[in-house]
Design a protein around this ligand. Sequence first.
Ligand code: NZQ
Ligand code: ZN
Length: 385
Amino acid sequence: MNNFEFKNPTKIIFGKGTIKKIESEIPANAKVLMLYGGGSIKKNGIYDHVTKALSNFDVIEFGGIPANPEYDTLMKALKVIKDENISYLLAVGGGSVIDGTKFLSAAAVYEGDTPWDILTKKVRTQKGMPFGTVLTLPATGSEMNSGAVITRAETKEKLAMGGPGLFPEFSVLDPQVITSIPERQLVNGITDAFTHVLEQYMTYPIEASLQDRFAESIMQTLIEVAPKVIKDPTDYKPAADFMWSCTMALNGLIQKGVPGDWAVHMMGHELTALFGIDHARTLAIVAPSHYKYNFEAKKEKLAQYGERVWNITEGSVDDKAYAAIEKTEAFFQELGIDTKLSDYTKEYEGTAEEIAKRFTDRGWKLGERQALMPEDAEKIVKMAY
Ligand code: NZQ
Ligand code: ZN
């Protein structure tokens, strides 16, 4: 196991009927900006619960943060923060609203002229404007981590940011919120969380047995609950397991002491930036090709995953590893997620070259050994056509 430090300051408030508890988490004298997305919270009752809990606070609302939070929209919210002397942010939504709020937390204290620089210059925020979240969509883990991904439609870019000052102060996780989530978003959430675990696990053996088993147990739980939450999102027990699995998949715990890959996400973000494909679906497109392309470097872990998560007991290490990739792709497909780029767009020719060019311009090397060069990414994306 590698050396590590671990601090996760986010307070999790988990369970049925917990939204009202935000009242005692936000400082009484705060001037709050409540941020939300396209309006789903107004249809499913979450808006009413939140505004009731905030009735004793000075609150301004900012709605309309789109999926893949857009820089231009967020700059309008930043103006509200400055004009209205906002002191506390409350995100009510999925990963997009929470990520958008993290950007605002950073931008509110940023001293440069152009907040986009926070993304391009990789500015690490040590202390942002304080914020909390009410999670409405289990998927990204953003509710308990300090990262965010922001999109800029104008330049077709989607870039990551973060820093120790960008953890939510608290996050309310009421699994009942999944009742109103459309199936498309439920399966996206399962796929995203599953791939988060893969990114932190599918590397090379490092003898961190506990992290391996944490990772495997999250994947096993997601596989087990997936058909149940799709069949009946009002069933509380699987909803609770689903929600907590997504949070645990990306709150830092399973990444400690082990190498991380994250190349699937880096290539996936480009597919969202170029074609607007849902985040989780880009991962399902890239992951099978990525694991086939990097088979030799990853086959020990692939075989271990095959044995422990998919009960593949027959054959050599190579056989098990290959079967594990096939099981993973089949799992995504059974969820109803297409795993080839050509399933999403007819305009895919040239995509691999464009992505390789972007990675070259940014000087990116990817993967757990930083050995994946832009030309490798080009080949992987081509395999995913
Ligand atoms: O906008 P509204 O009306 O709220 O509708 C949303 C949106 O259309 C809807 N939704 C959310 N909760 C709902 C609901 N509909 C009905 N009932 C509910 N309870 O679902 C749609 C998708 O929401 P979004 O927030 O975009 O989804 P998700 O949570 O999957 O977030 C995706 C974003 O997070 C980033 C992705 O790149 C993408 O931009 N990620 C953030 C990460 C992080 N911060 O750690 C890691 C991830 O790998 C990921 O990159
Ligand atoms: Zn993800």
